[in-house]
Design a protein around this ligand. Structure first.
Ligand code: PA5
Length: 397
């Protein structure tokens, strides 16, 4: 159904062969624009929400961490109505050189449109209308929505969100690639990861396809009475990958009164918090753990004369080894003592290649998993309900 495009929502399967089919000229333009952004700005504001936001943030944080490692600071806006959050960002950027990538497939998402008007006015006041336009990059639908005509009228450089790829699958399109490239990350390596995963996960043989094994395991655990899946990592760099994963799974399968609740923890931090619930609480969940073989950084723990903190038993051990032992001890505690089933996923490194590979793995697993409960994985009708009420309260005609 996924490959023959015969299942529900089959208009949105463009991601399946995207590694082969993407627009190569546009891809080259992304690299040029990313370089220009680096030259013209101290800060890149990425203005978007949901699928137009989480993927690039997940990639940048996975590879560079929450504080970034390039000269360009990437700040995400347009993903909240919080006046405090919005005003603080406007205050923070006022004396900096700024570029903006506004991303919205529909062009009508209110959080994004509202923030973009404020940012646009800020840029036009600071640089003048014409120069501001050279700092604004719009990623949107090729013809429909409100952002396309606005971008054309103002003369912004634009990038296209393909018709057949939904928001939460769009990190491998210009939606994700422009901010990721601007942050200085190798998007060729990312796309190579997508391409290798496309090839590796192409087989319908369950035993040879880990994406399908994961998909089936989720459904078996659900049949055994589990109602929640907890995504677990031991790397703070993966906090936003977890946010991205929750959107991918929650928005895709939470329909028709069906689906597992996707939730997440970051250990060992959360072992001092939700760890208690996992160990001894209501047996509603299973864990899906993503571990990383090779850390980006490591150091040897030092010996100290006197050993007042009683940590000399760790002297000469690496910090990553300690983290690894925390994972192994927890796995045993949760599975054997707590009787909480665990699914284990492992990647080599926190790099662009593994990010590309991993997101495709999750796309494929998700599509299979959701087709198994006869739900359309690619729409999100439920998100309209809050919007209707909010617009009524806001007085929108
Ligand atoms: O996955 C999705 O489709 C959604 O999360 C959208 O990405 C999100 O609502 C933002 O929509 P848009 O890009 O139209 O502003």
């Amino acid at each position: 159904m996924i490959h023959d495009k015969t299942g529900k929502g089959n208009d949105y399967l463009g991601w399946v062969d995207w590694a082969e089919n993407y627009d190569k000229d546009e891809y080259d333009r992304i690299k040029v624009a990313a370089k220009r952004i680096q030259d013209q700005a101290d800060v890149l504001l990425v203005c978007g929400i949901g699928g137009s936001y989480l993927g690039s943030r997940a990639a940048i944080e996975m590879i560079q961490g929450p504080y970034g490692t390039s000269d360009l600071e990437v700040i995400f806006i347009g993903n909240t109505f919080s006046s405090t959050a919005i005003v603080r960002i406007l205050e923070y950027i006022k004396d900096k050189d700024v570029a903006v990538n506004v991303i919205s497939k529909s062009g009508t998402t209110t959080e994004t449109a509202l923030a973009f008007r404020l940012v646009r006015q800020f840029l036009e006041e600071k640089y003048g209308v014409e120069d501001a336009a050279k700092r604004i990059y719009a990623t949107t639908d090729k013809s429909s929505g409100l952002l396309r005509p606005l971008a054309d009228a103002k003369g912004y450089e634009t990038f296209v969100i393909p018709d057949d790829i939904g928001g939460r699958f769009s990190v491998i399109t210009p939606v994700g690639l422009l901010p990721i490239a601007a942050a200085g990350i190798d998007i060729d390596a990312l796309m190579k990861g997508v391409s290798d995963a496309t090839f590796d996960l192409n087989t319908e043989d369950l035993n040879a396809n880990p994406a399908y094994v994961y998909a089936v395991a989720r459904r078996i655990l659900e049949k055994q009475g589990k109602v929640a899946e907890m995504f677990v990592s031991y790397e703070p760099h993966l906090l936003f990958l977890a946010e991205w994963w929750k959107q991918l799974f929650g928005e895709s399968e939470g329909k028709e009164d069906k689906g597992l609740l996707p939730t997440s923890v970051n250990n060992s931090t959360d072992l001092h918090s939700l760890g208690q619930f996992v160990q001894e609480g209501n047996k509603i969940l299973f864990e899906t753990i993503l571990t990383v073989k090779e850390p980006l950084e490591d150091m040897v723990f030092p010996f100290e004369e006197g050993d007042l903190d009683e940590l000399n038993y760790l002297a000469d051990k690496s910090l990553h080894w300690v983290n690894q032992k925390a994972f192994e001890g927890t796995l045993e505690a949760h599975v054997e003592t707590g009787k909480v089933p665990n699914i284990l996923l492992e990647i080599e490194k926190l790099d662009a290649y593994n990010f590309g590979y991993l997101v495709y793995f999750f796309f494929k697993a998700l599509a299979m998993s959701v087709y198994m409960i006869d739900v359309n994985p690619f729409d999100q009708p439920g998100v309209e309900v809050y919007k209707r009420n909010m617009f009524r309260l806001l007085g929108k005609k």
